[in-house]
Design a protein around this ligand. Structure first.
Ligand code: ATP
Length: 351
């Protein structure tokens, strides 16, 4: 258990920045998830913490100790990969013991520690089995035990659930999280699966193009995204482009929209579907516009209504599929309404 500090860490390959001045302070016992699209630098960051990639610049400290120049085995981190990487010709017990044997630890201590690690992942009764005789979820738990046997200060998980089917993923997710909380072990996990990130993390780090975009709780990121990128990546948003003059936006299609933030110049407004109401008649609200339903997508209990407000402006309204709900059909004339909101960002050329 230890605090992890990442201070302006960058990794360059020639002119290309795989990670760009990454700063992150992870408290003892905290579970932090690195989240972002493919190629955003998550794995590079994780591997720099583990010691498998050397940063071009910056400092990494674990428990107050500068580990930047140390090889992986001197950092006391445990890394779990997505493909388990178990030795097929060794039993579960031998797999877990292997790293300790390489470090020349005594036989009886190894026995005790392997037992303890397997008990933690509830596999102590299967120590004699071979990996091929186990399910994917069990194999991933063996991989976890193999890291925990070192009693690492920091546990690093590189998409540990991505090889598991949906049902198992849910189970192992809960298991990893409860084990992490029980042991109070500082943990960093990489994923591009939002739901996984949202359900497991104390805090999330959203990355894009090698840089940290925002760090915060699930709620912070969802309610107060710091950029257009975060608003689009965490949860769903529809985007309206236009020009801001103070708290008013003139959209590309000429709508006069009230916003909860003052800006000047080209901007993009992010609207959460559940914050947009749709009805047959005009509604009292900061913003209310007439439109035509483009299409409707049913997701069981929730329904997305896509509405064109002009040829250039489209929004999505989410309707709860309940008794008496207003559920229009494609081609219907409707009204949509929403409150002035602060999630409006300077345009950066992203769409
Ligand atoms: P994914 O979710 O697909 O695993 P990621 O966010 O983990 O993506 P990284 O593996 O950290 O992404 O890679 C970040 C960027 O750095 C990518 O564009 C990748 O192509 C590049 N990159 C990684 N390793 C090297 C290397 N050895 N040489 C050059 N570029 C590299």
């Amino acid at each position: 258990m230890a605090r992890l500090e990442i201070d302006r860490v960058s990794k360059r390959y020639g002119e290309f920045h795989a990670a760009r001045e990454v700063c992150l302070d992870v408290a003892e016992g905290e579970f932090v998830v690195l989240l972002g699209p493919s190629g955003c630098g998550k794995t590079t960051t994780l591997r720099m913490i583990a010691g498998f990639i050397e940063p071009t610049e910056g400092t990494i400290r674990i428990g107050g100790r500068d580990v930047t120049g140390l090889p992986p085995w001197k950092r006391n981190t445990g890394l779990v990969f997505q493909n388990y990487a178990l030795f097929p010709h060794m039993t579960v017990g031998q797999n877990v013991a292997f790293g300790l044997e390489m470090r020349g630890i005594g036989k009886s201590e190894i026995e005790g520690r392997v037992k303890e690690a397997l008990r933690l992942v509830r596999l102590d009764h299967l120590a004699e089995r071979y990996p091929r005789q186990m399910s994917g979820g069990q194999q991933q738990r063996v991989a976890l035990a193999r890291s925990l046997v070192f009693r690492p200060d920091v546990l690093l998980l590189d998409e540990p659930l991505s090889n598991l089917d949906a049902k198992l993923r849910g189970e192992v997710r809960v298991e990893i999280r409860s084990l992490q909380q029980r042991l109070g072990i500082t943990t960093i996990m990489v994923t591009h699966d939002q739901e996984e990130a949202l359900t497991m993390a104390d805090r999330l780090v959203v990355m894009s193009e090698g840089a940290v975009q925002q760090v915060g709780s699930q709620r912070d990121l969802y309610e107060r995204p710091a950029s257009r990128f975060v608003a689009g990546f965490v949860g769903r948003s529809s985007f309206v482009h236009g020009r801001m003059n103070g708290e008013r936006m003139t959209s590309l299609g000429g709508l006069d929209i009230r916003c909860g933030r003052s800006l000047v110049g080209d901007a993009v407004l992010a609207l959460r579907p559940e914050r947009v109401r749709v009805g047959p008649e005009p509604m009292a609200a900061d913003n209310c516009f007439a439109g035509v339903v483009d299409f409707v997508s049913y997701m069981g209990g929730l329904i997305d209504v896509h509405v064109a407000l002009s040829p250039e402006d489209r929004v999505v309204a989410q309707v709860v599929n309940g008794e008496g709900s207003f559920v229009p059909e494609a081609g219907d004339k409707v009204h949509v309404a929403w409150s002035a909101c602060a999630t409006v960002f300077p345009a950066t050329g992203e769409h």
